[in-house]
Ligand binder design. Structure first.
Ligand code: SF4
Length: 403
């Protein structure tokens, strides 16, 4: 079997596992908890609870062109479209029972987090009012510097409170052995994803933006399963083979770029447009800083605390600048595209400062565009493509003159 055939087969098994879990949850053979991004999913998986991720569901709604309709449904129910665009999509689905797979499944439990984004708690409170099922909010420090031991200790105590809540609500005891196994599988899968991302340091880059954002699906939606680890191993082996055979994602890689923010889920063709012009994304803060992280398997609780407290939205500005500067050097970046995303204000904070610093300190040009990752109403695809053309000219003149 070739590396590509192995990748396809592993992907089919991964999706089959997800749909098995999903159908068990929908038919109530398995408990479901609606979870925010970036909380310790591994604890839920170890307790045989299906973690359903409404933010991920919103991306699927956008990919299937249902985003506009769901945002409209949310507005009808009194939710402003100026809030987090994923929340308006998912709440629109909740209030109308519309959306991919016939609408969002109903949860048995709701788990929110108070440290990654200000939208999570009010969003989960609206779901709490609607579904009338128990809600737990995991707390954590909002960091203005690197984490300290007391932050880790606090997060561990919160994770243990979450476990007590789940034990009470499910009537089941927490199984430490199973938890350690789930953490090990989750960590190993993330490490393979990290290795895939590292291969983009090669020129031409062997893997593209669309594939990476599609294939991060398993890390979030099928956490800690054997099928997930098998898939990321196959993904790595396929990408390594492409690198060794000098196969790039673009026909002709001309410029290497950073994309700063979430993708534009309702216009993913845009990223093909960049590639068609030889402009290849080789680094995104979202993939690297949230998902491509292994865990300290010798101490799973500490490992989870370190992982989940260091998401991009919980980092101070000067550290963000350092991280992106390092990426520019390691991935040999020619320019940065700053997507000022009105749909996710938390992620957009500090973007302009990062771009300004790159420009002033190392002469990296930037393209700054506004929009929303999940609300097509505010997006003009033609205007966006014209800006890509202009940025291509800027990069051309920059490389002619030297940085
Ligand atoms: S604003 Fe951004 S981080 Fe917050 S819930 Fe929405 S998508 Fe997630």
């Amino acid at each position: 079997m070739t590396a590509h055939e192995n990748y396809i087969k592993a992907k089919e098994k991964l999706l089959a596992k997800y749909y098995q879990n999903y159908s068990d949850a929908a038919s109530k053979k398995k408990l479901t908890a609606h979870v925010t991004g970036f909380l310790p999913f591994e604890v839920l998986v170890a307790m045989d609870i299906f973690p359903f991720y409404p933010e991920g569901y919103a991306t699927r709604a956008c990919n299937t062109d249902m985003g506009d309709e769901l945002v409209f449904e949310a507005e009808k129910a009194g939710v402003s479209r100026d809030l987090c665009a994923f929340s308006t999509c998912a709440l629109g689905s909740m209030y109308s029972d519309k959306g991919p797979q016939g609408g969002m499944i109903a949860p048995d439990l709701l788990i929110s987090s108070a440290y990654t984004c200000g939208a999570h708690v009010p969003w989960w409170e609206l779901m709490h009012q609607h579904y009338k099922v128990p809600l737990f909010i995991i707390d954590g420090p909002v960091l203005c510097a690197d984490y300290e031991e007391r932050h880790i200790d606090f997060y561990i105590s919160q994770t243990k409170e979450l476990i007590s809540f789940l034990e009470k609500e499910t009537g089941k005891d927490f199984d430490e052995d199973r938890f350690e196994k789930v953490v090990e599988l989750s960590s190993d899968a993330c490490e393979y994803f990290h290795k895939v991302i590292e291969l983009r340091k090669n020129s031409p880059s062997p893997v593209g933006f669309r594939q990476l954002f599609a294939d991060m699906f398993g890390l979030v939606n099928v956490t800690g399963e054997q099928e997930t680890l098998d898939f990321y191993k196959a993904f790595y082996e396929e990408t390594l083979e492409k690198k060794e055979n000098n196969i790039g994602v673009a026909e002709h890689e001309e410029y290497r770029l950073i994309w700063d923010n979430l993708p534009i889920y309702h216009d993913m063709d845009l990223f093909d447009y960049f590639e068609s012009k030889g402009m290849v994304f080789v680094y995104e803060t979202l993939l690297k800083e949230y998902f491509a992280k292994g865990l300290d398997k010798s101490d799973p609780f500490r490992g989870l605390a370190k992982k989940y407290l260091t998401g991009w939205t919980n980092r101070r500005l000067d550290r963000k600048i350092e991280i992106v500067e390092e990426a520019v050097k390691e991935y040999r970046v020619d320019g940065i595209v700053v997507f000022e995303n009105k749909g996710c204000r938390g992620y957009s904070t500090g973007q302009l400062d990062v771009a300004k610093s790159l420009k002033e300190k190392i002469g990296i040009p930037n393209m700054i565009v506004e929009g929303s990752m999940a609300d097509p109403g505010s997006h003009d695809p033609n205007k966006f493509r014209s800006m890509v053309d202009m940025f291509h000219e800027v990069l051309k003149s920059q490389s002619a003159g030297g940085r």
